[in-house]
Write a protein that binds this ligand. Structure first.
Ligand code: ATR
Length: 316
């Protein structure tokens, strides 16, 4: 049994995605959703041990709170400050974060871009932003410039990331989602971490966006067609070869990405981050590479059948 714990959890797309893979590969696994409220988190983790559940995904609001209940946490998950995948290895619960991996794989596969040496313009400072920023720096991005409606939240994110890089880089090597060692030398000099916050204003976005290689939305603007992020972008300043990524996946093509595409930019859909974070988790649990096409097919047909308005982002 593999599970997902969250509150709420009913809207999670992970059961559909993973069960399709299990049956396609004829694997003796089943994926179920468990609604776990914050006061029951500790008991739920004990339950994973007691019932010998093979692994879990962790979603809002447990991604950070679960950390002290685990036996081991990958350096990457420590840096991001959140765990989205747990594997049960002979009773030891080991936490990983595959969200950042999902972002990196999406951008490299569909945007043709490696994060190494790149300048990232990051809109938002929530959970998804944390994973995107942490992973980008781990992968040797040149800089991450963060802008968020609430300034304090972005500042707190920057401070947290700097602190965790400082701690981790002195102690160990980070592991990526698939468990491969990542060299932390690129970030070992904390003073070299180019991570900063700029105000939530078109005027102040201009300069940073002009240098950006990747422009990333991690806010919920555009979810279910609500809000207009495109109107905040100083389009005239954006480089011709910039790649646009939107973590929102309902609708699959957000207004933000439609506008970027219309202006001739490469765009990467949030659904691919969802798919690749799932792929990273699948590999951790089963040791097998999942079929990305199957994942994409089931998600797209589910989202199309549902109508976008019913789909909520669950942070998985
Ligand atoms: P997730 O885990 O999916 O990243 P989250 O942690 O709830 O979700 O973060 C939501 C992000 O969307 C935050 O950056 C939030 O900005 P605030 O920190 O100011 O709340 C941003 N956000 C949500 N609605 C927004 C809106 N209407 N305008 C601007 N930013 C918005």
């Amino acid at each position: 049994v593999i599970g997902i714990i969250g509150d709420p959890v009913e809207h999670s797309l992970s059961p559909i995605m993973h069960n399709a893979l299990f049956s396609r590969l004829n694997l003796d696994f089943i994926y179920v959703a468990f609604h776990v409220t914050p006061d029951k988190l500790e008991k739920a983790v004990e339950g994973v041990r007691a019932l010998n559940i093979a692994g879990i995904n962790v979603t809002i609001p447990h991604k950070t709170e679960i950390i002290p209940h685990l036996d081991e946490v990958s350096a990457e998950a420590q840096i991001i400050g959140a765990v989205n995948t747990v594997v049960n290895r002979s009773g030891r619960l080991i936490g990983f974060n595959t969200d950042g991996y999902g972002f990196e794989k999406a951008v490299s596969t569909y945007g043709g871009l490696s994060l190494k040496g790149k300048k990232i313009f990051l809109i938002g400072a929530g959970g998804a932003a944390r994973a995107v920023a942490g992973r980008s720096l781990l992968s040797g991005a040149n800089s991450v410039i963060i802008t968020n409606r609430t300034w304090e939240k972005a500042e707190a994110l920057v401070e947290d990331l700097k602190e965790s890089f400082r701690k981790i880089s002195s102690t160990s090597n980070a592991k990526d989602a698939a468990g491969e060692p990542r060299d932390l030398k690129c970030v070992s000099g904390i003073k070299d971490l180019n991570l900063k916050v700029i105000p939530w204003q078109k005027e102040s976005w201009k300069q940073s966006i002009a240098a950006a290689d990747v422009i990333v939305n991690t806010t919920s603007i555009g979810m279910n067609g609500k809000g207009n992020l495109a109107s905040l972008i100083p389009w005239e300043s954006v480089k011709d070869d910039a790649v646009f990524f939107d973590a929102v996946y309902a609708p699959v093509q957000t207004d933000f990405l439609i506008e970027a595409g219309r202006r001739g930019y490469k765009t990467v859909y949030g659904i691919y981050m969802l798919i690749y974070q799932g792929a990273g988790a699948f590999k951790i649990w089963t040791g097998r590479q999942p079929d990305i096409k199957v994942m994409k097919q089931v998600l797209e047909s589910y989202l199309a059948g549902k109508g976008d308005s019913d789909v909520k982002r669950t942070g998985e």
